[in-house]
Write a protein that binds this ligand. Structure first.
Ligand SMILES: [Zn+2]
Ligand SMILES: [Zn+2]
Length: 360
């Protein structure tokens, strides 16, 4: 009897639970089939939408990246488009300076300067022009270098979120070129190209020779500029009859030449100096930011950061210019040379051994 009673008791409890569970469904049926379906569809839609973007690794950085994505897209596209304008501007302004020198400066040098000084100006000027044109052409047309897309075994330090491919050491993604770049330094709008492993030397040499060329032009044309400025000022105050229109055009062109070359010498000189410091330290522009952050982080825990790609000041320069013997300073640095840089840009010599860790 006792067993039968407990069985009945169990059954009634189960029935009560089933009825309680069924109550909302009955209510939903009472409320109408339509309302139930809508709420069911809504709950399915919510699950579907969440399944599209849910990621356990999502954090505030990812959220901000998503919000700013349209702005990045606009900036990247504008920079890409402006690259063509900037390159045209470099070609146009450099050509105008060269034309002014050939039309107005060289005739004055040949007619007034001694022969030795004339030869020096012609030789030096044409050497700088050759170096600027060669390095600018090579820097704009040489690809910076990209990691291989096909599945090959290569040492990688991380994965690129955009390309979904492994990233070797010193490789970074360029959002303007939409690809990963080996030993990426920066994306240069004046070259309309990324500066990386295969064209870093061309970029630096262009900056160096362009700065030297502008300094040379502004110093050597200083006397001509002062004379031209005085002449133009006198002409506008009281136009004398002995001045022809060709004279005033020549004077104005010399003023334009001096103002342009001295402005570029200051602006580009600053940039060249900055890159000189970076190369001496064995860093790229991107690595400067990363290394700065890393050294601050390690300093807080009482450690010192050491750059693994700093092979010594002189060796860093030899690596950049590809100098392997003394004669290379002449043939590879002071003369145009199209030799390839050392290494493939994927595997890098690191100055540390296992016993000598990165942070001490
Ligand atoms: Zn990438
Ligand atoms: Zn780029």
């Amino acid at each position: 009897m006792r067993t039968g009673g407990s069985w009945r008791c169990q059954l009634s409890r189960t029935m009560r639970l089933v009825l309680r569970w069924c109550r909302p469904h009955r209510a939903a049926r009472r409320g109408g089939r339509c309302g139930g379906r809508v709420s069911q569809l809504w709950s399915y839609t919510k699950v579907m939408l969440k399944s599209l973007y849910y990621n356990s690794l999502t954090d505030s950085d990812t959220l901000f990246d998503c919000i700013f994505e349209p702005i990045y897209w606009i900036v990247d596209n504008i920079t890409r488009w402006f690259g063509v304008v900037f390159v045209s501007l470099v070609v146009l302004l450099t050509s105008s300076v060269v034309i002014i020198i050939y039309l107005f400066v060289i005739p004055i040098i040949l007619s007034t300067y001694p022969v030795i000084l004339s030869c020096w100006h012609l030789g030096c000027g044409h050497w700088l022009l050759l170096m600027v044109v060669f390095h600018y052409y090579k820097a704009t047309t040489t690809a910076a270098g990209h990691p291989p897309k096909e599945k090959v075994h290569m040492p990688a330090v991380s994965m690129c979120k955009r390309c979904i491919t492994p990233k070797p050491a010193r490789t970074h993604h360029c959002s303007i070129c939409s690809t990963c770049v080996l030993k990426m330094d920066h994306h240069c709008p004046w070259l309309n190209n990324c500066v990386g492993h295969f064209n870093h030397r061309y970029f630096y040499s262009f900056c160096l020779y362009m700065t030297l060329g502008c300094v040379y032009c502004s110093i050597s044309s200083w006397n001509l500029f002062v004379k031209a400025y005085d002449a133009v000022e006198r002409y506008y105050q009281t136009p004398p009859p002995e001045f022809t229109s060709m004279d005033t055009t020549g004077h104005k062109c010399i003023i334009f030449l001096w103002v342009l070359t001295s402005s570029v010498a200051v602006a580009l000189g600053g940039l060249t100096l900055w890159h000189t410091v970076l190369i001496t330290r064995g860093e790229t522009s991107v690595e400067r930011h990363i290394n700065k952050k890393e050294s601050r982080r390690l300093r807080e825990s009482g450690k010192i950061f050491r750059n693994p790609y700093h092979h010594g000041r002189l060796n860093n320069w030899k690596l950049l210019f590809g100098v392997e013997k003394r004669s290379h300073w002449l043939t590879r640095v002071l003369l145009p040379s199209a030799h390839l840089p050392k290494g493939d840009g994927i595997v890098w010599d690191c100055i540390f051994t296992r016993r000598d860790p990165m942070a001490i």
